[in-house]
Design a binder for this molecule. Structure first.
Ligand code: GDP
Length: 527
């Protein structure tokens, strides 16, 4: 196959949702359609539950699962579909944000009873920043939930998505009869208790005024459906693929993942409309997938589960050309050539060594500490992929060495954990003290545990009242000197030596912004 054919074959996407909306269940059903797995229950949730805060074994177990389910590839209707897993737990949101830099589109799962939740809102915002086209799947229609029209209103209002329903529920909960597939003009009947087979209960139904409908779903629901579909046609825009691809219109499907209902309709539509691997921006230029020469970037690093081996797996998204095993490529940041004897492909939860990979594919590279998130690999060109964010952390603690004999181990451990993107390390300018900043509180415990078990180092924390750390930029040297003189105590450097302002309170940040208009403050640092 030619490179272009390989590219046209691929669709790489992520499923995002608030925890419990049904992401894991939906993923599993998609894999079943692809024949990638045979039995239900094969996909493990990588959810880190709330109670895991103090249950380290649980965290370790979860980490193991999340390696296996980080990327799942399967074939369906001659396409290769790569699903990238995104942790739903908010303390791991950064991981999810970075993973979303490696997808070309997203499916947003919403629980019909709960509607739009906090994490849904945040994750959709990130997809929007990336201009990733989104399809919405309203899940759990077998339960009582919100009225479909008010749910669409909520999606438009809170998620700021222009929606276009492509399927429509007939009843809900106990009365749920199925969906009318507006996309294919067919009626899909619901059979509860997981009795759904692929083609069960689907019938073409172009004319809803046909009295046959009353016989099938009952007079009342038939009448409701006619009225509602009428209303949809008047109120919502017609489906427009171009608008979807630009991220300006989101098709909505209704179904029940656990009953495997409405999933195939969405998957078929996804395969028809979802984008193939898209170009990616670098600081230097835009990189098209069809370029002959290979390029890729690392968006995630996962430590080996076996503490005796420090090896890590770096997840690289291929952006252009063909990646080949045992071939020398340039690690741009380090300026050195590297080749890989055992690059890994992720076909469902199986891992296998691959000979070559194409744009849109995710390759796992065994790494002994060469990579950090955002690193670019090329055939020689000095490129730097953009848009892999570090977020301004919201929780801070001083980190101290609790075992003076193990200073080196602590340094190394911290260094590597930061490369993995677990948290961010800052060094205060004045005192040289080290501060760890995270998005969620869970990371502090993960770091402490992993330092001890993987690096043999011990650390202790000291509380620190801090509102935000933000990166700063300036052009006027005098203005900067003035800022530096006054704020010496609040300055730190991040791991790459960039200057960061540590604001103790929202007020202190506002004062700094007001008093130093020539200094720019950033809450996100793009790699
Ligand atoms: P995740 O946290 O988003 O990955 O959610 P899960 O896939 O783990 O699902 C959370 C819970 O919702 C599980 O108990 C599922 O069995 C259940 N669930 C998923 N889909 C449906 C559905 O369509 N109907 C009902 N009633 N429950 C569902």
């Amino acid at each position: 196959m030619s490179l272009i054919e390989e590219i046209e074959k691929r669709k790489t996407f992520g499923i995002v949702s608030h925890p419990d909306a049904g992401k894991t269940t939906l993923t599993e059903k998609l894999l079943l359609f692809g024949g990638a797995i045979q039995i239900a229950g094969a996909v493990k949730s990588n959810k880190i539950k709330k109670h895991a805060t103090s249950d380290f074994m649980e965290i370790e177990r979860q980490r193991g699962i999340s390696v296996a389910t980080s990327v799942m590839a399967f074939e369906y209707r001659d396409k290769q579909i790569n699903i990238l897993d995104t942790p739903g737990h908010k303390d791991f949101a950064e991981d999810t944000y970075r993973t979303l830099t490696a997808v070309d589109s997203a499916i947003v799962v919403i629980d019909v009873a709960k509607g739009v939740e906090d994490q849904t809102e945040k994750l959709v915002e990130v997809c929007r920043m990336r201009k990733a086209p989104m399809i919405v799947f309203v899940n759990k229609m077998d339960r009582e939930g919100k009225d479909a029209f008010s749910l669409l209103d909520e999606i438009e209002l809170r998620l700021k998505l222009r929606v276009c329903p492509l399927s429509w529920p007939i009843g809900m909960g106990q009365r749920f009869k199925g969906v009318y597939n507006i996309y294919e003009k067919s009626l899909v009947l619901f059979m509860p208790h997981g009795k759904q087979n692929e083609d069960d209960g689907t019938m073409l139904f172009e004319d809803l005024s046909d009295p046959e409908l009353d016989k099938i779903v009952g007079e009342q629901l038939a009448e409701e459906l006619r009225e509602e579909v009428d209303m949809i046609e008047q109120v919502y825009p017609k489906f427009d693929k171009e608008a979807y691809l630009k991220g300006e219109l989101s098709p909505v499907f209704f179904g029940s993942a656990v009953n495997n209902f409405g999933v195939k309709e969405m998957l078929d539509c996804f395969v028809d409309i979802a984008p193939n691997p898209l170009p990616r921006e670098t600081e230097e230029r835009s990189v098209k997938p069809t370029e002959k020469k290979f390029t890729g970037f690392v968006f995630k690093i996962h430590a080996n589960m076996d503490p005796k081996h420090r090896d890590r797996i770096a997840f690289m998204r291929i952006c252009s050309g063909t990646f080949e095993r045992n071939t020398n490529y340039l690690h741009v940041r380090q300026g050195k050539k590297m080749k890989f004897a055992n690059p890994t492909a992720f076909m469902a939860s199986k891992k296998s060594i691959l000979e070559e990979a194409f744009p849109g594919d995710i390759v796992g590279l065994y790494d002994s500490g060469n990579f950090k998130i955002g690193d670019t690999m090329t055939e020689g060109e000095e490129l730097h992929f953009k848009g892999i964010p570090s977020f301004s952390p919201e929780q801070f603690r001083y980190v101290n060495n609790a075992d003076p004999m193990k200073y080196k181990q602590l340094e190394k451990g911290l260094d590597q954990l930061m490369d993995e993107g677990v948290a961010q390390l800052f060094t205060k300018k004045e005192s040289n003290r080290k501060i760890i900043g995270t998005v969620g509180a869970l990371q502090f415990e993960v770091i402490q545990y992993r330092l001890e078990h993987e690096y043999g180092a011990k650390c202790s924390y000291e509380p620190l009242n801090m509102y935000k750390a933000c990166w700063i930029k300036w052009t006027d040297a005098k203005a900067f000197k003035d800022f530096q003189d006054r704020r010496r105590n609040d300055l730190a450097t991040d791991k790459d030596g960039n200057l960061v302002f540590m604001a103790e309170t929202a007020w202190a940040l506002k004062m700094a912004q007001d008093n130093h208009p020539d200094i720019e403050f950033f809450f996100q640092n793009e790699n």
